[in-house]
Design a binder for this molecule. Sequence first.
Ligand SMILES: [Mg+2]
Length: 392
Amino acid sequence: MKITKIEPLVCHARMRNWIFVKVHTDQPGLYGWGEATLEWHTRGVVGAIEDLAQLLIGEDPTRVEHLWQMMYRQHFWHGNGIVRGTAISGIDIALWDIVGKVRGVPCHKLWGGPVRDYIRLYSHLGGGKMEDMYCCDPADAKRFGDLAHKAVEEGFTAFKCMAVPETAPLEGLQPIRYAEACVKAMRDAVGDSIDIMVDCHARPSPRMGLLFAKALEPYNLYWFEEPCWPETMEDIALIQRSVKTPIATGERLVGTWGFRELFERRAASVIQPDITHCGGLSEARKIAAMAEAYRVAVAPHNPQGPVSTAASLELGFATPSYVICETVHSDVPWRADVVKEGFTVDTKGRTVRPNTRPGLGIEINEDEVRKHPFQQETLQRVFYKDGSVGDW
Ligand SMILES: [Mg+2]
């Protein structure tokens, strides 16, 4: 069996272009689907996939680890960067889909079989609308409470939000009070039985991240995410040591080496490898095994397209420390037209039963993809009040 073609397919889905990867083989009807969505870098990732393709044409697609090593190592420039890591990830996911199809079983059964009966889903408040997530008016607290209530009405038992505003390296009490008010409104709206997560997008400085973490500690968050830049692991570790709230991070880290320091420093209680960036399912499984050794929870970052979700769920059904799956269900109204999925969602409790089809269990409708061709994503521009550059 040989790989005959590696084809990136771009599908514009409102705020991001999904990049699907189709790996063709010389066996009739046998191909695999992967995803390599990287916002604001679409053309770069597509180019990286095309560069890697020449390495893999003619190779056996079931030698997944061997091909991963080739993609990562057989260049002077290793695959550490986010663009190259994402391209490798998209191809790797598609190769696992092929292996599952060859064996006739879902991917999680290739990796020891299901370790749980279902996986819980969490949503992102505001349905991904940026104006909902980033507005800093103190009157927002009530709106956060209303959105939280709506998520619970939709069946979710957990949700995430952006209740921490952008801040300069050091600011006074106002943004802290704003975050406290928003989180209090959500907790008051949904009670103690619902899990609330707050994502900082790594925008605060280490000191501001610590101040936010301390201020929100009384609200018993399920986790507090990316409280400062991932480049400063010691600072994340310091924040984790300073609060009882579980700290989550890892969505921008690539490879086992990216996570090694995180584990060694006990920097987080939850790791969030993004399967479409960290090196695909091959590398995510190794990272999850490292997490197992440290008894750290795994909850992959997954705001992208449907292949990413299927990959996250396959990993989750074979990974004991996996705790919850991020889901995007209202980004574009035609999402269900693009993909047929092998798993089933209980919309009352927002839980997922395992995929029963081979591989990732999905089928992408390429005619639907072609209805939504590439569009330039809006580049994010964030400036503090004094005009200096901030993080998005
Ligand atoms: Mg995040």
